[in-house]
Design a protein around this ligand. Structure first.
Ligand SMILES: [Cu+2]
Length: 373
């Protein structure tokens, strides 16, 4: 298992190093938009044993490979491509209340009913299940998942709405849904008497309050296992009287990680589950548009995670519970379950990296790009 962990680490570190090296060495504030060229170059990086790049020599000395990248991939059977089916991190960014589904399909999971005071009753049908998910190209993880996806479906309401969740447990362990926000103790989903056993269900109901970026997660025990296996999701509450600037784009980003060999440490890190997904598929935004990021850290086992964005600064709204930003910065550090709203504008077109400033996490998958047009 140790070898496998090392091999996965080596491969992911190489991919990160390749992408980062190429990105920095291209002088390329002029060429940054040429993502394909960068990808090609990254593919060749350290691929030749004749390379004189000092960053490659150490690897060649210790591995003597015919082709380092290929060898690293062969060792663990990674072929470098994600399966096209299943969870789509690009779609997840802008999906809440099942708005990615056609109306007939959507109505199976989500329903809005107007209430006398003008607010909405928002009903959700959520279940827990055991599901194998892809977390790096060709690397699968036996997850526990809300509606079969990690993170679970994003729930979004306006302050004062009534939320009703019809939860059923189709998995093999007792699970719950525990929401951050105001609610009575009977809706807390955290005590042993709140556990929903396999085959059973429970209806959670509470008012959406306070506004901000929150989360929900399973609160069954052992808690770290139920969270790290994938039972969590974003819960966004918009202010009733919203005085903030209106965003042109909204993106949900959940920083997560996976303990693939169950040793109590993570082997793969990501934003929205798939390692390096947004490095391989940059997020396209427009210059000067206001991009609002709902950022959540749900990484288990590591006390601190961070989010750093290149070449710009952003307004930071801590927990999103005030309408005035509390900082103007280019990095946030987050303990587990902390969340922030980040309002970002890019001044120049080009390719901009975002990543954990904890370098180990970056090398193990937590790195992506914005492609600004
Ligand atoms: Cu659980």
């Amino acid at each position: 298992m140790k070898n496998k962990k090392l091999a996965i680490g080596l491969f992911l570190a190489l991919l990160a190093a390749a992408l980062m090296f190429k990105f920095y060495s291209n002088d390329a504030h002029a060429q940054k938009s040429d993502f394909e060229k960068m990808q090609d170059a990254a593919k060749d990086y350290c691929a030749s044993p004749n390379s004189t790049d000092s960053r490659c020599l150490g690897y060649f000395r210790s591995h003597k490979p015919k082709n380092l990248q290929q060898t690293a991939q062969e060792q663990i059977g990674i072929v470098g491509e994600y399966e096209s089916t299943g969870f789509n991190p690009m779609e997840y960014l802008g999906t809440w209340n099942f708005n990615n589904l056609p109306p007939a399909e959507r109505s199976k999971y989500y329903k809005e009913t107007k209430r006398p005071d003008g607010s909405l009753l928002r009903e959700y049908w959520i279940h827990a299940e055991d599901r194998e998910i892809e977390i790096a190209p060709g690397v699968f993880f036996p997850a526990w998942a809300y509606n079969g996806q990690v993170p679970g479906p994003t729930i979004r309401a306006t302050e004062g709405d009534l939320i009703r969740i019809h939860f059923t447990n189709k998995g093999t362990k007792p699970h719950t849904m525990h929401f951050h926000g105001f609610h009575p103790s009977s809706m807390d989903g955290a005590m042993t008497e709140d556990f929903v056993y396999p085959g059973q269900g429970f209806t959670y109901e509470f008012e959406a309050d306070p506004f901000g970026v929150h989360l929900f997660h399973c609160h069954s025990v052992p808690l770290k296992q139920h969270i790290s296996k994938g039972l969590y999701g974003a819960y966004i509450v918009d202010p009733k009287n919203d005085t903030r600037p209106k965003p042109d784009r909204e993106l949900v980003m959940v920083m997560n990680a996976f303990d693939t060999n169950l040793d109590g440490e993570n082997e793969i890190y990501a934003v929205n589950t798939k390692a390096f997904y947004y490095a391989l598929n940059p997020i396209k935004v427009k210059k000067d548009e206001l991009v609002r990021i709902y950022l959540i850290n749900i990484v288990e086992f590591d006390p601190v995670n961070s989010f750093h964005l290149h070449a710009t600064f952003f307004d930071e709204y801590r927990t999103g519970t005030r309408q005035e930003p509390n900082a103007y910065t280019d990095i946030v550090s987050m303990a587990q379950a902390e969340r922030f709203i980040l309002d970002v504008k890019f001044r120049y077109p080009g390719m901009y990296m975002f990543h954990a400033h904890v370098s180990e996490f970056t090398e193990l998958g937590w790195m992506g790009f914005f492609e600004v047009e």
